[in-house]
Design a protein around this ligand. Structure first.
Ligand code: PBG
Length: 328
C-alpha cells in the first residue's frame, strides 16, 4: 500500500461520523460466547467469601457455585474454569486427583444441573500441595517427570467427573503429551486439552494466589514458568504443545503480552485463548473504585484489545459484567 500523503482526498474521520457508522465498521466485537468465567471452589455449604484483592470475586461452596452458574446462564456465559481449594494439602497434592476432591465433586454437580455448561478444569498441583509449588518437590527443585504422572492422574480424574476441557497450567515439559496419552488410554480421546502454553512467571498473579491459597512457600515459579522478556520461546512452547496434542493454546497473562497473542495468531492455525489474569482485573477495579477511571469503559476496552490482538476466547473475571454490558 502506498504511504504517500493523500489528504485532503482521504479523510478517515468520514467513517467515524456517527455511532451507526462506527458500529458498522468496527473490526472487533465481543460476545458473551467469548468468555470463560473463573470460579474458586471451597468445601462446605453456603460459603461465599469475598477475595479481598479481587472485588466481586468469591470463594464459593458448591451450592453457591450452582447459583452462580444459573446467573451465568442467564447472561449467556456458558463456560467456566474451575479452581479448587481443598481443606487439606500435602507434599504430593493428593486432593488434586482424589475421586472426592473438590473439583471432582463440583464438576459432577455442575454437569448434572447444567449439562450445557462447558466446564474447563485447571490441572495443576499448586492449590493442593503444602509447599504451594506446581509439582513434586525433590531437594528444593520441582521434579518434572514425577510431576507428569500426577498431572496425568489429575486430568483423567477430572475427565471421569465430567470435565469438558482439560487445562494444564503447571508448565512442566511434556505435560500435554503425558496428559493426552493418559486421557486416550482411559477412554477420553474426545476430551480436548487447552494448554497454558505461554505462561509467564508474572507479578500479575498476586491476587489469584490469595484467592486460591496457592502462594509458593519457598522460592518462586521461575524454574518452570516463562521469563517475561521472551517471545521466541513462547512460540517454541506453543509448537511443542501443538505437537503433543493441544487443541487450544493459551497466552497468559494477556495485557502485557498482547504482542505474544498476535504473534501466536499469525503463526499458528489453532484456537487461541488468553487469560486476563487476576492482577489485570484488580488494577481496573482499584482504579475504578478510586474514581480514577470509568471501570465499565475500561473493561470493554481491555477485553476488546485482547480479542483484537488475536484471542478467540478470553478467560476473565469480568465475564459477568461484560456480558451484562453487552446486553445493554
Ligand atoms: C495455577 C494457576 C495460576 C493462575 C492460573 N492457574 C497461578 C500461578 O501460576 O501462580 C493465575 C491466574 C490469575 O492470576 O488470574 N498454576
Amino acid at each position: 500500500m502506498s504511504t504517500q500523503p493523500n489528504f485532503p482526498i482521504t479523510r478517515l474521520r468520514r467513517l467515524r461520523k456517527t455511532a451507526a457508522l462506527r458500529d458498522m465498521f468496527r473490526e472487533t466485537s465481543l460476545s458473551a460466547a467469548d468468555f470463560i468465567y473463573p470460579l474458586f471452589i471451597v468445601e462446605g455449604e453456603n460459603v461465599k467469601k469475598e477475595i479481598s484483592s479481587m472485588p466481586d470475586q468469591y470463594q464459593l461452596s458448591i451450592d453457591n457455585v450452582l447459583r452462580e452458574c444459573e446467573e451465568l446462564t442467564k447472561l449467556n456465559v456458558n463456560s467456566v474454569i474451575l479452581f479448587g481449594i481443598p481443606n487439606e494439602k500435602d507434599e504430593v497434592g493428593t486432593g488434586a486427583y482424589a475421586d472426592d476432591g473438590i473439583i471432582q465433586k463440583a464438576t459432577r454437580a455442575i454437569k448434572e444441573r447444567f449439562p450445557e455448561m462447558i466446564v474447563v478444569t485447571d490441572v495443576c498441583l499448586c492449590e493442593y500441595t503444602s509447599h504451594g509449588h506446581c509439582g513434586v518437590v525433590e531437594n528444593g527443585y520441582v521434579d518434572n517427570d514425577k510431576t507428569l504422572e500426577l498431572l496425568a492422574k489429575e486430568a483423567v480424574s477430572h475427565a471421569q467427573s465430567g470435565a469438558d476441557i482439560i487445562a494444564p497450567s503447571d508448565m512442566m515439559d511434556g505435560r500435554i503429551g503425558a496428559i493426552r496419552t493418559a486421557l486416550d488410554g482411559n477412554g477420553f480421546s474426545d476430551t480436548p486439552i487447552m494448554a497454558y502454553s505461554a505462561k509467564y512467571s508474572s507479578g500479575f498473579y498476586g491476587p489469584f494466589r490469595e484467592a486460591a491459597e496457592s502462594t509458593p512457600q519457598f522460592g518462586d515459579r521461575k524454574t518452570y514458568q516463562m521469563d517475561f522478556g521472551n517471545s521466541d520461546e513462547a512460540m517454541r512452547e506453543i509448537v511443542l504443545d501443538i505437537q503433543e496434542g493441544a487443541d487450544i493454546v493459551m497466552v497468559k497473562p494477556a495485557l502485557s503480552y498482547l504482542d505474544v497473542i498476535r504473534r501466536a495468531k499469525d503463526n499458528f492455525n489453532i484456537p487461541i485463548c488468553a487469560y486476563n489474569v487476576s492482577g489485570e482485573y484488580s488494577m481496573v477495579k482499584a482504579a475504578a473504585r478510586n474514581g480514577w477511571l470509568d471501570g465499565e469503559k475500561v473493561t470493554m476496552e481491555v477485553l476488546t484489545s485482547i480479542k483484537r490482538a488475536g484471542a478467540d476466547v478470553i478467560i476473565t473475571y469480568f465475564a459477568k459484567e461484560a456480558a451484562a454490558l453487552l446486553r445493554k
